[in-house]
Design a protein. Sequence first.
Length: 291
Amino acid sequence: MIETTGVVFSPESIVHRQPSSWRGLDAEIVQLSRLEPFEYRLCGPRHLLIASHRGERNDGETLVEGLPRSTRREFSRRLTFVPAGSEFSGWQAPRALYRVSYFYIDPVGPLVDPELGSGKLDLEPRLFFDDPALWATVEKLTREIERGAEADRLYVEALGVVLVTELARHNQASHGAEEQSRGGLAAWQRRALDERIEAHLAEPLSLMELAEQVRLSPRHFARAFKQSFGQPPHQYHLARRIERAKAMLGHRDMSVTEIAVSLGFADTSAFSTTFRRFAGETPRDYRRALA
C-alpha cells in the first residue's frame, strides 16, 4: 500500500488513486476527477519519480527543492524526479483532467544495485524533463498498475530495476554535462542553443527549457552560457533580435512597426528603445543611413 509519505492532495476528494506495491517500489496512478484548483505536497524518505501523462493548467506553480519554481502551463509526457528527503509542492488551476503516475523508490532497497551505480550516486532533482528511454519504461509500469491484481510481479520487478538504472544513467549524463560546463558549453551545446534561439527570436526566452535542452541545471547553464557566448541568455537573446532587425531594416518591404511586431516586441516604442540601446540609434535612423 502507498504510505502516508505519498503525495498529499488538498482537497483529497478531487483525485482518484489506483495504487500498487512491489518489492522496493510503490506506485500509483492519480487521476483528477473534476476541474477545480488543488494543491499538492510531499517530503518523504523515498525517491519520487513523477510521470505526467496529462498535465495542462491555466495557472499554477511547481516547486522541487533545489530548483527554481516552474509556472509551465503544459507538461504532458514530462518527467520530474524528487530525491528522498526533498520537498515537492505546488498548486494548479487545471485546464484538463490531470493524470499522473507516481513511483516511490526505496533509496536503500533491493532495486538500488550498487554495481549499477545507482546506490552510490547522489541523484539530483529534475523538473519537467524529457527522456524517451525512461518514459518507455514508465509507460510499461503504468500499464501493469492498471492491470491491478493481474500484474506480472516478476516482470514488474525487472522493470523496476530498469527504471532505477535509467534514472542513474540520466543522472550521470546530466552530471557529466555540468562538469563539462565549468569550462563553458561544448560545441554541440552551443550549436543546439544557437539554433533554438535563432528559430524562436520572437518568443519569450525560457531559461529552464534552454537548460534542459543541453542537460544542465539552470544554475550551471547560466554560468556556462555566459562563459561561452559572452552575455547572459536574456541579453544574448535581445542582441540576436536586434541583429535580425538590422537585416530586416535593410529591406523596404516592411515598416518599422511590422518589424517590431514580427520580432515579438510589445509595440514600436519598446522596439525603438531596445534597438537604440544596442545599436546607438533608432531603427528609422538606422534605415535612413542604409539608403
